[in-house]
Design a protein around this ligand. Structure first.
Ligand SMILES: [Zn+2]
Length: 174
């Protein structure tokens, strides 16, 4: 039983034992004669609402005051719904650290985390984007590119022109 249940204002109208709750509002009440089975505040409130409207209203009033309202997402900006694949998110991250030449540490930046937070939240707890798991995707991606190139070029005649140059102490192959 959680705290909210234990502190529930409906409980004060009942004499509560380990497994029953006896209604104290009226000696004529059916749950005074035959106590309610179980000690869940929700059931007590249900009983009050059905048989003791005045008390139920009082309970609701106290609960309304003390129970914090769930925070709603309030914004003037339009909320959007978008379709996005997990794989696209990973692809995008890989592109940043390879094609775009960004350091892996960008994946740990707070701004980046803010941007991707709706995705990671939607994909569930087991899904995360971080330096470590994107780094581990690099060899996987490289292998995929290699095998695609291989199958694309298979059986085709290719002409490769190789040129090399030396600049200062470094060699270039192009
Ligand atoms: Zn009653």
């Amino acid at each position: 039983m959680d705290n909210e249940d234990l502190l529930h204002p409906a409980r004060k109208y009942f004499e509560i034992t380990d497994s029953t709750a006896k209604c104290l509002i009226s000696p004529k009440c059916k749950h005074h004669i035959q106590p309610l089975k179980g000690v869940h505040a929700g059931n007590m409130l249900k009983h009050l609402k059905r048989w003791h409207k005045k008390e139920a209203a009082a309970v609701e009033k106290t609960r309304g005051k003390s129970k914090p309202k769930k925070r709603k997402f309030v914004s003037d900006e339009p909320l959007i719904t978008a379709k996005f694949l997990k794989s696209s998110l990973i692809e995008g991250c890989l592109e940043m650290v390879s094609v775009n030449g960004r350091p892996f540490s960008i994946l740990e930046d707070s701004g980046f985390k803010t941007i991707i937070s709706p995705f990671t939240a939607a994909f569930g707890n087991s899904f995360a984007i971080n330096e470590e798991n994107i780094r581990s995707q690099v060899p996987v991606k490289a292998e995929a590119i290699r095998s695609k190139l291989k199958s694309d070029l298979e059986g085709r005649l290719i002409c490769l022109k190789v040129d090399s140059a030396k600049r200062m102490t470094r060699s270039f192959l192009g």
